[in-house]
Design a protein around this ligand. Structure first.
Ligand SMILES: [Cu+2]
Length: 497
């Protein structure tokens, strides 16, 4: 199998990666034959965050490492074992399984009871950096019930290149219920409607416990330097994690002097967009959400919630230590890992940067060129999707209502469908459509053949249009991937038979 093709050099790297905890994901795909059922366990664990031991969850393969990896063309034969003390269900983010195996309560199947197992079996069609996460609620994803899901091509397996998977999370010591209660807080008594024009007269609200929500037009009254475009972060997290660790004790990934490295960065955070900062290294963005693009050189790349970036690095021949940082947008907080050659001195990195990071917008999105665009074709159906909300009550909606009250978007099999998302709020919404790999085809009315993706950012007051071919019948979740927005209703479905 794949293992026979590994050169000694690669094997050495693989071993070093395991020691560093970085390259372990490839184990699952190699130790199991494609025809065997691989087990995946949802488990409870204890991790240390800023010196405190906290209960967290994990999705682990048989080797104990997070997540799963495959070679394209393999079958996704996976037995999910729920070893938690509560029900759960896992969604395979970015994959296109039959609808019944998509892992969404109410649309795919019922959650698995504590102790229950379920077998999944479907073909893996596209290579790329994907991930998996609980779809039963923000409380489980905030406790890190998520993991990488990597699908490689045979060519990638042969490539003389070290793979470094970086999982990004936001983390709070508080329970999600408490965070939600604070977000709803005083606004529940003083509702403020955020209409399509986004007009609002209220200023910033200081929430008890330090959480702060900034209302549109509040830039001056709040005393905060508001970035152009509205509210950025509405939850104060206690830590930002890269591979479960904050910058107080970052993961150090051993790399070879002059070696080649491919980053697979996955934003698993529930409420944080990041800007990846490669520091002194130059990189080339080669894929977004697992889908190849015409390479984009650079040192900083935005990554919205749920998105993935594949970045090939050009490391200097001389060796050294190279921090790969993820900057919280509009803030000084940051996290990251350190790539280091043997013997390199690793300097301490402050958890807060000196300057606030920029905002995750659509500048890069508008320039991305997909390696495999959808065949050009006029839309058979165009559907307007209004992204709305009531900031003060902390209710977020699609087409005017929360999930369950809004109508499913019904399309017909075989159609080219376009979804025109209009964000009528002052927060950004990373929108995810299940069951397909869509294409970004317009930003604020400007049409272009953009990237293939599964999650796209819709900034405040912006309009983004995506296109997909309705060739995978079923009931597909379509929602904001901010876990808190989704939790309070920012979801609908796209359905066809
Ligand atoms: Cu949202």
């Amino acid at each position: 199998m794949a293992g026979e093709r590994i050169s000694r050099r690669r094997l050495l790297r693989s071993t070093m990666g395991l020691i560093a905890g970085a390259a372990a994901y490839r184990v699952a795909g190699r130790t199991a034959l494609a025809a065997e059922t691989i087990s995946l366990d949802a488990v409870t664990r204890t991790i240390e965050v800023k010196g405190k031991a906290v209960k967290a969850y994990a999705l682990r393969n048989a080797s104990g490492a997070p997540g799963l990896s495959f070679t394209v063309g393999d079958a996704f034969k996976v037995r999910l074992n729920n070893r938690l003390a509560e029900p759960t269900l896992v969604h395979w983010h970015g994959l296109t399984p039959p609808s019944a195996q998509d892992g969404v309560p109410e649309l795919s199947q019922a959650p698995l009871a504590a102790g229950a197992s379920y077998d999944y079996d479907f073909p893996l069609k596209l290579p790329g950096t994907y991930w998996m996460h609980s779809h039963v609620g923000v409380a489980q994803t905030q406790r890190l019930l998520s993991a990488p899901l990597i699908i490689r091509t045979p060519e990638e397996l042969k490539r003389d290149e070290q793979e470094v998977v970086v999982r990004l999370n936001d983390f709070s010591f508080r329970d999600t219920e408490e965070i939600l209660a604070r977000l709803r807080g005083p606004g529940a008594e003083a509702p403020m409607k955020m209409d399509q024009a986004g007009a609002s007269k209220t200023g910033a609200m200081k929430m008890p416990g330090g959480a702060q929500m900034n209302m549109p037009g509040s830039a001056k009254s709040s005393g905060m330097a508001m970035p152009a475009g509205g509210d950025v972060n509405d939850i104060d997290f206690d830590a930002y994690l890269a591979n479960d660790r904050s910058l107080t004790d970052p993961e150090v990934v051993r790399i070879e002097r002059g070696g080649r490295v491919r980053l697979r960065i996955i934003n698993m955070a529930d409420s944080t967009n990041f800007i990846i900062d490669l520091g002194a290294i130059n990189g080339e963005l080669i894929a977004v959400d697992g889908q190849p693009i015409a390479p984009v050189p650079g040192g900083k790349f935005p990554i919205a919630m749920a998105q993935r970036l594949d970045i090939r690095l050009a490391l200097p021949a001389g060796g050294g230590a190279f921090p790969i940082l993820a900057l919280r947008e509009g803030d000084t907080a940051r996290t990251g890992v350190v790539l280091a050659t043997s013997g390199a001195k690793i300097a301490r990195i402050a958890e807060l940067g000196k300057a606030k990071a920029g905002i995750v917008g659509l500048d890069l999105e508008g320039k991305l060129k997909p390696a495999e665009p959808l065949p050009p074709r006029p839309a058979d159906r165009s559907v307007d999707v209004l992204l709305g909300g009531d900031m003060a009550k902390y209710v977020w909606t699609m087409n005017g209502e929360v999930f369950g009250k809004n109508q499913p978007i019904r399309v017909a099999a075989g159609e080219r469908v376009e979804l025109v998302m209009k964000n009528a709020t002052m927060m950004s919404h990373p929108m995810h459509l299940h069951g397909t790999v869509f294409q970004v085809v317009a930003i604020n009315g400007r049409r272009f053949a953009g990237a293939r993706r599964d999650t796209v950012m819709v900034p405040p007051m912006a309009t983004v249009t995506i296109a997909f071919d309705a060739d995978n019948p079923g009931r597909w979740a379509y929602h904001c991937h901010n876990g808190y927005h989704q939790e309070v209703g920012m979801m609908t479905s796209v359905e066809y038979s």
